[in-house]
Design a protein around this ligand. Structure first.
Ligand SMILES: [Zn+2]
Length: 70
């Protein structure tokens, strides 16, 4: 009987919930621990994009206040 030597699997942390998972076929959504975390990360990223796009209005208010000061 030959004993199969298993390669030590790489462990990674889920970017969403920081759960440690193994880099194996057991986790098809790696580096995420689950589909849920995969989707959560995408939603966070989309929100971040919107926040950056909407920040230009803040700059407009700022410059207006500067003009009134003079
Ligand atoms: Zn997770």
């Amino acid at each position: 009987m030959t004993q199969e030597i298993e390669k030590p699997s790489l462990s990674v942390d889920c970017p969403t919930c920081k759960t440690s998972i193994q880099w194996t076929t057991q986790f098809p959504d790696r580096p995420f621990c689950s589909v849920r975390c995969k989707n959560n990360d995408f939603i966070d990223w989309a929100n971040e994009e919107q926040r950056i796009a909407g920040s230009s209005s803040y700059a407009d208010i700022f410059s207006e206040g500067d003009l009134n000061d003079h």
